[in-house]
Write a new protein. Structure first.
Length: 294
């Protein structure tokens, strides 16, 4: 039997590091890093995610600011709110909770965020920097996966990695970050023929397709590491991932569980990006003078 990777414990260790960075920042500049979160509407899942982010900020000593807007807010008014935050010297990171109502174009909203405050790592400038191998804000979930592999001392160099899913949130940036670690990467998707051929030849399989229990033990080779990014509800309402965890554990060396695997890492890397944003903005002199005054 393989082992489950404890994402909660790894996230806790990284949050301790973030907390230490926050304390050092506050002591030096006499202010806390600040994350602003915009929530449009009152979708229960989105509200739950936002509350988790606000709680996480408080736990590490980071300031959070929640802007709640009506579901009928116009795209123009939402963009005005974003611009206010772009210009606000007290705000280090900006996050707009997705998904947005259908009348609002998500790309337009993401592109409106100042790249220096784009702690989600979705702005085209930050995506472009990532593709070029330039230091930037990495998308939180893929970055969290890399940190999990580092935590179990797994070296991706020379390994065959299969990423199942090609979204801009997980699949594509995940593939790029693995390439940065000198892995040989194959991206599979809904049009891939004979998916099992690729997964059976993989040292690492990263699944992000949004289909409950999609990957099974017969698709995995002994000794593989399987990372489950999926979050789904089964017919009984139970939270499950894209991987049939218990069966895959019979052949794989490591599997991330759902819940308790990749999920805790996503918010943790959001906090990480926010403190980095604060440090960079102060060093660049883009904060107002109040940051340096007693």
């Amino acid at each position: 039997m393989g082992k489950k990777i404890d994402g909660k414990q790894i996230a806790l260790q990284i949050r301790k590091e973030v907390q230490q960075k926050n304390e050092a920042f506050a002591a030096k500049y006499e202010m806390q890093p600040c994350l602003a979160v915009i929530l449009v509407g009152n979708h229960p899942a989105s509200l739950s995610y936002v509350q988790s982010k606000v709680k996480a900020c408080k736990e590490v000593g980071m300031e959070s600011r929640l802007i709640q807007l009506d579901a009928e807010v116009s795209e123009a008014d939402l963009l005005k709110e974003i611009e206010k935050l772009n210009q606000d010297a007290y705000v280090d990171g900006i996050l707009v909770q997705l998904p947005l109502p259908q009348h609002i174009h998500e790309d337009t909203v993401v592109y409106a965020i100042d790249p220096n405050k784009d702690v989600d790592g979705f702005h085209p400038i930050n995506i472009g920097k990532m593709m070029l191998g330039v230091d930037t804000f990495y998308p939180c979930t893929p970055h969290g996966v890399i940190k999990m592999l580092e935590a179990i001392s797994y070296d991706l160099c020379g390994k065959n990695v299969v990423v199942i899913g090609r979204s801009m949130i997980v699949g594509k940036p995940m593939a790029q970050l693995c390439l940065e670690q000198n892995a040989t990467v194959t991206v599979c998707h809904s049009k891939t023929k004979d998916l099992t051929f690729y997964t059976k030849h993989a040292d690492v399989i990263i699944v992000a397709v949004g289909k409950p229990l999609f990957l099974t033990e017969d698709q995995v080779s002994p000794g593989a590491v399987v990372i489950d990014v999926g979050i789904n509800r089964n017919a009984k309402g139970k939270l499950v991932g894209d991987v049939d965890t218990e069966s895959v554990l019979k052949v794989a060396d490591y599997v991330t569980p759902v819940p308790g695997g990749v999920g805790p890492m996503t918010i943790t890397m959001l906090l990480w990006n926010t403190i980095i944003a604060a440090e960079r903005r102060v060093l660049a002199g883009t904060k107002n003078n109040h940051c340096f005054l007693g």
